[in-house]
Design a binder for this molecule. Structure first.
Ligand SMILES: NC(=O)c1ccc[n+]([C@@H]2O[C@H](COP(=O)([O-])OP(=O)(O)OC[C@H]3O[C@@H](n4cnc5c(N)ncnc54)[C@H](OP(=O)(O)O)[C@@H]3O)[C@@H](O)[C@H]2O)c1
Length: 225
């Protein structure tokens, strides 16, 4: 029987950010299960990963099946489709799993710009996710400030700090994933409520990318550690 305890599911791993993480995790030998609303799209994305990372342990499934097969489930769909995706996978989630919220509630979701976020009643997209998962499923916030372009550019490290927040044990498991991506450094972001700060920093970064003409995407670094 396959050991799924180390598998990482990436729902919406057919898109820019999820595919980038899949490539990087596979480069370090981790087993990745790409999820999609259409299993065949996920299978195609898995083929793309294998083409770039020979020998990659990667498979493609529908979102529900990918969720059922993994302990860690990274949500990589646009903010406005987060609740719908969670609803679709609800039956596959079980206590003990960790759902990683990486989404940024950009105002593009309501037809406004990408340089600001929308207000969310719960305080952040990650806390919204936490309100939607079944009891016993932990939610951790991470990776919102990492550029998809840099993730996919495998020849270079991704120079960026990743502020990880959520309940301690789950947070530590996700912090341990960060160094799998060369250049990423995990910082202990404390409780999930800090996600509201981290999410809004991405909107700031998008504006900085434009003003400083950096289409590859800037990263963030905290100094003094
Ligand atoms: N791009 C970045 O640089 C970046 C940086 C930091 C954080 N993020 C966050 O990472 C997440 C993914 O970003 P992305 O740029 O990869 O997004 P994306 O490419 O626009 O979309 C990712 C995937 O979401 C799924 N999706 C699209 N429409 C959907 C719908 N109506 N319902 C359910 N699923 C749908 C699609 O997968 P299927 O069609 O295969 O189901 C798509 O491949 C977002 O939450 C974003 O805020 C992105």
């Amino acid at each position: 029987m396959t050991d799924n305890s180390q598998a990482i599911a990436i729902l919406g791993g057919t898109g820019d950010q999820g595919l980038g993480l899949a490539l990087r995790f596979c480069q370090k030998g981790r087993r990745v299960l790409i999820g999609s609303r259409k299993a065949e799209r996920a299978v195609e994305a898995a083929e793309q990963v294998r083409a770039k990372v020979p020998g990659a342990q990667v498979e493609g499934y529908g979102n529900e099946e990918a969720t059922a097969k993994a302990e860690i489930v990274i949500l990589s769909v646009p903010f406005e489709h987060t609740a719908g995706t969670l609803k679709a996978i609800k039956e596959s989630l079980r206590p003990g799993q960790i759902v990683v919220s990486m989404t940024v509630p950009l105002a593009t979701a309501i037809g406004d710009g990408a340089v600001r976020t929308v207000g969310i009643w719960q305080g952040s997209a990650a806390e919204l996710v936490a309100s939607l998962v079944p009891a016993g499923v932990e939610v951790v916030s991470a990776f919102q400030n990492v550029s998809s372009h840099r993730l996919q550019h495998l020849e270079e490290p991704v120079e960026c700090d990743v502020v990880v927040s959520g309940a301690k044990a789950a947070r530590e498991k996700i912090m341990a994933l960060c160094p799998l991506v060369e250049g990423l450094r995990a910082l202990d972001g404390g409780p999930l409520s800090n996600a509201r700060i981290v999410e809004s920093m991405t909107a700031l970064i998008i504006g900085l990318n434009v003003r400083h003409k950096c289409p590859e995407g800037l990263g963030i670094r905290f100094t003094g550690l």
